[in-house]
Write a protein that binds this ligand. Structure first.
Ligand SMILES: Cc1ncc(COP(=O)(O)O)c(C=O)c1O
Length: 381
């Protein structure tokens, strides 16, 4: 079935003949009664191990990502942590994109390092850099595409094949694209991870994460660790993500339409020296983005002239774009990566990557495009 049909129906069959609910209820019970001591009568035991609202969400997420399995977590970072603790041991090595979400770098550098895991950062725009960086101990190649915040594109097909030959799995953090715009597993990746806080939830009202994969053996290990580590989402949070996911396809179309307009507007404006958006003709990897993404998405970054002073003045004068971290909600957000989302990166590393104080990141929402452009014009004037 098509994406829209799966977004509305998968994982949620009407509960007949019991109640006829067309929406999966929020099962709040922490534990489940059984008739015999040695066998759970309903198959359910305890809510950390399994919960019917979470099962519905996991079925929906697997279906949307084109995966056999999905596991839901209490945040994107909980999903990443459970995945990495499941596939790595002391002495193992990760090859990762340079321009990653700062929280992922923090997990690599401040937490996993203590357990003897090492990371090599490369520019995944060049698959040859991945080939050069893999070693016998490399277990994971970690990608984001498009990257945060510079909107670089990694060739998922090529890099997954390099990783496979080296005996490593490829993980794609697919948060920026959402399952509607990009299907990493179909391009050869082993695992897709998401912060469902972002586009999948879509309404900035819940924090969640997910791992999607088709490898049944790895799924078994992850399911064991989902229970063993315990970073599971509450039934109410599962309901919110399920509810948000029903309109993912419609929202992503509008996010992309508005972002295209905003990117073209910023590119034509004399106060900006560069705009990074894969839908622009000027994006150096537009063709690659087109070959692996259905639409260019809702995220843009742009280099403003005049440095930090100009950026601060601009940010304080926007009215519809709220100055806030996070992304992927229905409302437009704007932020300065150097002082907000990427503040935890050492300054030298940030500057070497090209994340200076003039860089502004936009998460373009689903409001009326004319109003967004008017807000930008007014703040810039
Ligand atoms: C690309 C990306 N991956 C992962 C995360 C972490 O997700 P969460 O905040 O839900 O833990 C974020 C959060 O901003 C993100 O932007």
């Amino acid at each position: 079935m098509g994406f829209g049909t799966r977004a509305v129906h998968s994982g949620e069959e009407p509960d007949l003949p019991a109640s006829g609910d067309v929406v999966v209820p929020i099962h709040l019970s922490a534990t489940f009664a059984r008739r015999l001591a040695d066998k759970p009568t309903s198959g359910l035991e305890y809510s950390r191990t399994g919960n019917p609202t979470r099962t519905a969400l996991e079925r929906r997420l697997a279906s949307l990502e084109g995966a056999k399995h999905a596991l839901a977590f209490s945040s994107g970072m909980a999903a990443e942590t459970t995945l990495l603790l499941s596939v790595l041991k002391s002495g193992d090595h990760i090859v990762a994109e340079n321009d990653l979400y700062g929280g992922t770098v923090r997990l690599f550098e401040r937490t996993l390092k203590k357990f003897g895991v090492t990371v090599s950062y490369v520019d995944t725009r060049k698959p040859s850099e991945v080939r050069r960086a893999v070693r016998s101990k490399t277990k994971v190649v970690w990608l984001e595409s498009p990257t945060n915040p510079l909107m670089h594109i990694a060739d998922i097909r090529k890099i997954s094949s390099i990783a496979r030959q080296a005996g490593a799995i490829t993980v794609v953090d697919n948060t920026f694209s959402s399952p509607f715009l990009q299907s990493p597993l179909a391009l050869g990746a082993t695992v897709a991870v998401h912060s469902t806080t972002k586009y999948i939830g879509g309404h900035s009202d819940v924090v969640g994460g997910a791992v999607m994969l088709s490898d049944s053996e790895l799924h078994g290990t992850l399911k064991f660790n989902q229970n063993a580590l315990g970073a599971v989402p509450s039934p109410f949070d599962c309901f919110l993500v399920l509810r948000g996911s029903k309109t993912l396809h419609l929202r992503m179309e509008r996010h992309s339409e508005n972002a295209q307009r905003v990117a073209e507007f910023l590119e034509s404006h004399p106060r900006f020296s560069a705009v990074h958006y894969p839908g622009l003709r000027s994006h150096p990897q537009r063709a690659l983005a087109k070959s692996q993404m259905r639409l260019p998405g809702g995220m843009i970054s742009a280099e403003m002239k005049g440095g930090s002073q100009a950026v601060r003045r601009f940010l304080s004068r926007l009215r519809l774009f709220s100055l806030a971290e996070s992304l992927g909600g229905v409302e437009s957000l704007v932020e300065q990566p150097a002082t907000m989302t990427h503040e935890s990166l050492p300054r030298q590393r940030r500057l070497a990557l090209g994340i200076g104080e003039g860089l502004v990141r936009f998460s373009v929402g689903i409001e009326d495009g004319d109003d967004l452009i008017a807000d930008l014009k007014s703040a810039l004037s």
